[in-house]
Design a protein around this ligand. Structure first.
Ligand SMILES: [Zn+2]
Length: 655
């Protein structure tokens, strides 16, 4: 970002008001300064307020067009600023950006609350909702989504209730942000102490021969934001949980899990709990076998800091697969090529570099996606490499959503952000097998965003419930190690030689390896998330300090049957997904969506992975339709049956 702050004169923020005469209307990043954000956000909020006022004051009787469609087209300026700001505040989270975020977030939260607590506006939306007969399916889904948002945002509360609800939302937004900022600080502290980034932790634990150092790394990793001091997240977690529960209570739900699941595919906490526990049981059965294999090699008891290291030894022994042998075939450049090639081959689209499009960071790259007929699908930024100002993990996001305005199809601008190891002076960036899956995963989300053919941003692209959205990212992972795709992209950067068939076979087999651990830590985090959100207000009152949080984790892990050698993938104080992202009472979404993905993939396998008719049906049924139909209806129409939960255990080798 611009390092020089320009003066906050009357011009600040104006760049967002101007039409961007840039290729595809993408953001002119070099012309945006940090001083622009706050004034532009404020102007965007005011503009949308006026637009909503006009809808509410319309003397005509409410119709879909004059109320719902009109709302869908409101807030364009705010979306334009937010698209840039909230992406950059995650991928280039400098101290200046963090300060701006602290100022902006409460403003945006309050503005949204004002809209979704407005009785007069709700009365119009409800009038449309109560009479949806003449509407098509996409319109009905948009109405339903907006209606639910009003209800779940407390529109039915009395004035005092609304005021409290809004106050809670604002405080929650600030707390989440603080949680994320603390985590970023402690991730950087981890790097200082151990010498590797948090993203490189699994790799480090796999290869570090010094057991005492592994123990030190494990303890540092698993106690992030749990050490007292200025970046401790315990008090923040407790306040977040109490406020979330109070919000749920205000709306008549007993727990925040009930509230948060009300509009999701799973529907209620009991359904999620009943879904997760059998997966946990199967994982732990497998994990115990994995421990026996590792102890036979180690000659001592396996501690949590031994798992990655000895699992790799077992893998080398059982599958004769050593990641140091696969990595030269998976440079960032080759994997990027593979990700694009798979999408081109399966969906008949085209991806090409777009050097004319400006990027926000010199390491990010811009691409243009077009359909088979040459029409534009959208613009893609690929921002793969780790840096100190980037939040951990990997994600996809939109800078601009897809929607139709005045008959013009506005195409999306999408980013994939990852934390892959950058190149060094000696070697190019080389990805682990896990990284390769992540690259395909995030581009799966991107495809969901690019192939969409909706009219309203509310439901276009990834505008679906989060326990459905991961289906498409995880589905795309399936192509990563298909021999036909590998043959195109997996080439040794030193020799240009294609990955040998026997190594491909070994990778295929090894993907089911260590699934007791991998599934177990994922499932444990999913259950921990649920248990936090299933607490009642009275139960939460009993928590007093950091120790009570640790005791709760221990109790929950014991009850789910997690063995001592494994900890949840995220512990409470660094569980960013549920305390600073949209996955509260929602981390189960990965496993839930995987059932759908695996079941759909079984059809691809049966029909032939590159069967054009199957890919076309998948694209038309799911990817083009976003949230314009109920997920289960779409699934049944593609598969002709309900999803089979056992498909997940089969694919992970846990039966
Ligand atoms: Zn995802």
């Amino acid at each position: 970002m611009a390092l020089t702050m320009t003066a906050c004169g009357p011009k600040a923020g104006k760049i967002f008001n101007e039409e961007w005469n840039t290729p595809y209307g993408t953001a002119p990043f070099s012309q945006i300064t940090e001083a622009d954000y706050v004034p532009a956000i404020k102007a965007g909020i005011e503009a949308q307020k006026a637009e909503v006022r006009a809808i509410v004051n319309n003397p005509d009787a409410p119709t879909f067009e004059n109320t719902i469609a009109a709302y869908e087209l409101s807030g364009e300026l705010l979306a334009k600023v937010s698209g840039v700001f909230f992406n950059l505040s995650e991928s280039d989270s400098t101290p200046e950006m963090q300060k701006i975020e602290e100022e902006i977030t409460p403003l945006v939260t309050a503005a949204s609350d004002e809209i979704f607590m407005d009785d007069a506006f709700f009365a119009r939306v409800k009038a449309v909702y109560d009479n949806m007969d003449g509407l098509d399916r996409e319109q009905q889904m948009v109405v339903k989504k907006l209606y639910d948002r009003f209800v779940l945002n407390g529109v039915a509360l009395d004035e005092a209730g609304k005021a409290r609800f809004a106050e809670i939302n604002s405080r929650l937004a600030t707390l989440s942000q603080k949680f994320g900022q603390n985590l970023l600080a402690e991730n950087n502290a981890f790097k200082e102490a151990i010498g590797v980034t948090v993203s490189a932790y699994p790799d480090f634990m796999t290869t570090c021969e010094d057991r005492a150092l592994r123990e030190k790394a494990f303890k540092a990793y698993s106690s992030r934001c749990n050490n007292g001091g200025e970046h401790d997240n315990n008090a923040i977690v407790l306040e977040i949980m109490k406020l979330r529960t109070e919000k749920a209570n205000l709306l008549g739900y007993k727990t925040s899990a009930e509230y948060l699941l009300a509009d999701k595919m799973a529907g209620d906490p009991a359904t999620v709990d009943a879904f997760l526990q059998p997966i946990m049981d199967a994982s732990m059965r497998k994990a115990k076998e994995e421990i026996a294999d590792m102890e036979a090699i180690a000659g001592h008891k396996i501690e949590p800091w031994d798992w990655f290291y000895y699992a790799e030894k077992v893998r080398a022994l059982k599958y004769d697969l050593d990641e140091s042998l696969t990595k030269p075939y998976f440079t960032a450049d080759s994997v990027s090529k593979g990700v694009f090639y798979a999408a081109e081959k399966v969906y008949g689209i085209h991806v090409e570099p777009a050097p004319e499009v400006e990027v926000y960071n010199p390491v990010a790259k811009a691409y243009k996606l077009t359909d088979a007929d040459g029409s534009l699908l959208g613009i893609f930024y690929q921002d793969w490499f780790t840096r100190d100002t980037k939040r951990g993990g990997a994600w996809m996001n939109n800078f601009r959503d897809q929607y139709v305005k005045d008959g013009v199809d506005i195409r999306p601008v999408i980013v994939n952000v990852c934390n892959f190891p950058p190149a060094t002076e000696e070697v190019p960036s080389m990805l682990s097998i896990d990284n390769v899956q992540t690259a395909f995963h995030e581009f799966g989300h991107a495809l969901h965003g690019f192939l969409t053919k909706c009219r309203y941003a509310e439901v276009s692209g990834t505008g679906v419930t989060r326990d459905f959205v991961e289906m498409f990212s995880q589905f795309n992972e399936n192509f990563a190690f298909e021999p036909e795709i590998l043959a195109v992209y997996a080439k040794d950067y030193r020799t240009g030689e294609t990955i040998p068939a026997e190594l491909v076979e070994k990778i295929g087999k090894s993907l089911k390896f260590n699934q007791g651990f991998t599934t177990g830590e994922l499932c444990a985090a999913s259950i921990l998330d649920m248990k936090w959100h299933e607490l009642t207000a009275e139960e939460l009152e009993k928590f007093t300090d950091a120790q009570s949080i640790r005791d709760f984790e221990t109790k929950v892990c014991g009850e789910m049957g997690l063995i001592d050698e494994i900890i949840p993938r995220y512990r409470t104080t660094y569980f960013n997904h549920i305390f600073n992202s949209g996955y509260s009472a929602g981390y189960y979404s990965y496993l839930w969506s995987e059932v759908l993905d695996v079941d759909a993939w079984e059809k691809f396998k049966a029909d032939g992975v590159f069967n054009p008719a199957t890919a076309k049906a998948f694209r038309e049924t799911f990817l083009e339709r976003g949230g314009s139909e109920e997920p289960m209806t779409l699934f049944r129409s593609f598969r002709g049956a309900d999803p089979d939960p056992a498909a997940l255990l089969r694919s992970r080798g846990l039966e």
